[in-house]
Design a protein around this ligand. Structure first.
Ligand code: F6P
Length: 339
């Protein structure tokens, strides 16, 4: 699977896992570069890998017009790839999707190139995934909007954000949005420490406080909090309300909780996601042209590079508790609830 360029004619492209802002920028770059530069066909596969399992296979040929403008039975997916006569597949996904796609690629001889996308920014071996920066912008704006109402009613405002097991959204938006407390899965907190920090903020004469909490932090009993969904399934969620009740009890302050939820995944991508998506799309097509498969495009040190897909899957990228952003937050007297 590794490294010889076939006489390329058709490549497939699919997204897998949770949606996020910026996917259209990726698809635009892939379609435009593959068609304009190489004269290839680009086949958009509907419904991710499900589309390859359906018969007839669910796809749409993507032309330049389109770009101005989605467990597995392995054998069927592989057969779907063959039925479409594809020479390569560009998979846009997170680490979970890449693990599945890579298994398919190895088993079925699929020439796979990965493009990382997830608001959680937890894909290994890349500093940035498409969708993360837009989610941070949404969470930061939420803090900006919460601040005046917090101040006018003397309240402690708690904002619960997504991110799965990584605290990147909470940490980044928390610094940018002027939070007083940031709680992330990577740093254990106690509710007493959080309450003490809020008391300190109030003693200094401020009548409100902003708390950002990542959905996967553990509650005071050391458990993560989950919510059940109508129609089945469960995911992280609910820690904000537990915190709100506990903080009201311990500080005597009036608390209100905002759960940001899926608004972090939709809407217009910000400029950085459009840029990263474009850069990733072009580089992915270049990898296909060079016959370099089983690789993922990545952003490192102000450059686009590519790395073995196995490296991207191996180690999820969590917040470094000693890293620059945590140090910056501590320098701003933001509490992580750990002291
Ligand atoms: O991985 C992206 C993500 O939005 C997480 O941040 C969140 O925990 C999860 O997906 C939510 O999943 P669902 O869309 O199934 O509720």
């Amino acid at each position: 699977m590794a490294s010889h360029a076939p006489a390329m004619k058709s490549i497939g492209i699919l997204t897998s896992g949770g949606d996020c802002s910026g996917l259209n920028a990726v698809i635009r770059a892939v379609v435009s570069h593959a068609i304009e530069h190489h004269g290839w066909r680009v086949i958009g596969i509907r419904q991710g890998t499900m589309g390859l399992m359906r018969r007839p296979v669910e796809f749409e040929e993507l032309g330049l017009r389109v770009v101005t403008g989605n467990i597995l039975r392995l054998a069927e997916v592989i057969e779907g790839y063959r039925q479409l006569g594809l020479d390569a597949l560009i998979g846009i996904g997170g680490d979970g999707s890449f693990a599945i796609l890579r298994r398919l690629a190895i088993q079925g001889g699929i020439n796979l190139v990965g493009i990382p996308k997830t608001i959680d920014n937890d894909v290994g071996a890349t500093e940035n995934s498409v969708g993360f920066q837009s989610a941070v912008a949404v969470a930061t704006e939420a803090l900006d909007r919460l601040q005046p109402t917090a101040a006018s009613h003397d309240r402690v405002m708690i904002l619960e954000v997504m991110g799965r097991d990584a605290g990147h959204i909470a940490l980044t938006a928390g610094i940018a949005g002027g939070a007083d407390v940031i709680l992330i899965p990577e740093i254990a907190y106690t509710i007493e420490n959080v309450a003490a920090h809020i008391a300190k903020v109030r003693q200094r004469g401020r009548n409100f406080a902003l708390v950002v909490v990542a959905e996967a932090v553990k509650d005071t009993l050391g458990q993560t909090v989950h919510q059940r969904h109508g129609g089945g399934g469960a995911s992280y969620g609910g820690i904000g309300h537990r915190l709100g009740e506990a903080l009201a009890r311990l500080t005597g302050a009036e608390t209100r909780v905002t759960v940001l939820g899926h608004v972090q995944r939709g809407g217009e991508p910000n400029a950085i996601d459009r840029l990263i998506g474009s850069v990733f799309g072009i580089h992915a097509v270049d990898l296909v042209a060079a016959g370099r498969f089983d690789r993922m495009v990545a952003w490192r040190n102000r450059e686009v590079v590519d790395v073995p897909l196995a490296d991207a899957i191996a180690t999820p990228q969590c917040v470094d508790p000693q890293g620059a952003l945590v140090r910056t937050a501590r320098g701003l007297d933001i509490s992580f609830g750990d002291a």
